[in-house]
Design a protein around this ligand. Sequence first.
Ligand code: MG
Length: 157
Amino acid sequence: MRIGFGYDVHRLVEGRRLVLCGAEIPYELGLLGHSDADVAAHALMDAVLGALALGDIGHLFPDADVRYKNADSMKLLEQVIEKMTNAGYALENLDITIIAEKPKLAPYIVKMRENLAAAFGCELDRVSVKATTEEGLGLGGAGIGANAVVLLKNKQI
Ligand code: MG
């Protein structure tokens, strides 16, 4: 077994889409970033890469590279999953906490879990996505953050 952790934050701005775990969420603000700024997918990719000691997404998909401008982060996740598979590992389970004062994410949680389960090709009950606020004490609505942990199992064992 291997455990990995990932963390990311992106700023909320006008004129951008809000995409979390591949689910587009209607809101007047969206996340700023070189890619689609899917902060939850980014934290998850860093968790998978961390479990495998394969660096981080900034290293794998550099901001300076035009190929990743407005990139679909779920497509980048597919590349990370391919690395995981090639390293001989499969997902045991993952757990993501998204930190957002607004908007309310509850209506989109199932869609996010379905998107991730499809990407990993695994059962829905291996994939957990949760959302919390920081009671106005942290990012305070200026951005959205995400933490992710994954447990990977060696397919040889
Ligand atoms: Mg990011």
